[in-house]
Design a protein. Structure first.
Length: 240
């Protein structure tokens, strides 16, 4: 199976040509919306420009330790209230080790953040982390499997390390050294990511209703498609 590729960006990428990014093969982009209680200076223009280019959009909040989990979750949620939800679920970027409290507190912080974002937006967040970060600051409690995993692991292997308690990843950030110019950004490098499934599955994950194949039994196809979407919504926590 040909893997579906996407990017993630912040103000560090400078000016971004999202049409060029799409032409290079990127089907999705995650962009930094916020950190602590401030908003990324390029988020608003990037959010609209990615939509105009027809790329599936998701936003991430970089968690730091300068504000409470509630304050950060509310700031993140308020950005969606002002500029609209993306196609992909919101992301809790859980990676900052500097200044982090003890592990029991970091786990609780992330849990409060995720549950509050879900309560505010109606969308269950994705958790972004790396294997070594999760070992130090996360937990193997099965509770965390309710959140889809975006895993950062830079390797030439065909798959990243498994990060308990997850058995699988939804997105995999496999390099921070993608060619920036190819993907339409001003920076020399850009993060690149894989989606775990097919393009049709990504479209379903993003909430796009698929069209029936030519010559298909429309009613049977519609019933099966609705069942698949219902399963995805339940998995994402959107069936409430």
């Amino acid at each position: 199976m040909t893997r579906i590729i996407g990017t993630d960006v912040s103000h560090w990428q400078g000016n971004i040509d999202f049409a060029k990014m799409k032409a290079a093969g990127a089907q999705f982009v995650f962009m930094k919306s916020s950190q602590a209680a401030w908003t990324d200076q390029r988020f608003v223009r990037n959010w609209q420009a990615a939509k105009d280019a027809g790329i599936f959009r998701g936003a991430y909040h970089f968690i730091d330790w300068t504000r409470t989990a509630q304050q950060q979750a509310d700031h993140f949620s308020n950005i969606f209230a002002a500029h609209g939800l993306g196609d992909l679920p919101p992301v809790a970027d859980f990676e900052l080790r500097a200044g982090a409290p003890p592990q029991s507190q970091t786990v609780l912080f992330l849990r409060v953040f995720c549950e509050r974002v879900e309560a505010n937006t109606g969308k269950r967040p994705i958790v972004y982390t790396a294997p070594y970060v999760w070992r130090e600051m996360g937990s193997t409690d099965p509770y965390w499997r309710r959140y889809d995993l975006w895993l950062a692991h830079y390797t030439t292997a065909s798959n990243p390390l498994t990060t308990p308690p997850w058995h699988a990843w939804k997105f995999w950030q496999f390099t921070a050294r993608g060619p920036g110019s190819v993907y339409g950004v001003s920076s020399a490098d850009i993060d690149l990511n894989y989606w775990s499934g097919t393009l049709d599955e990504l479209r379903e994950y993003a909430g796009v209703k698929p069209e029936p194949p030519v010559g298909a039994d429309w009613l049977a196809w519609r019933v099966e498609t609705d069942r698949r979407l219902e399963r995805l919504e339940k998995a994402a926590g959107l069936d409430r």
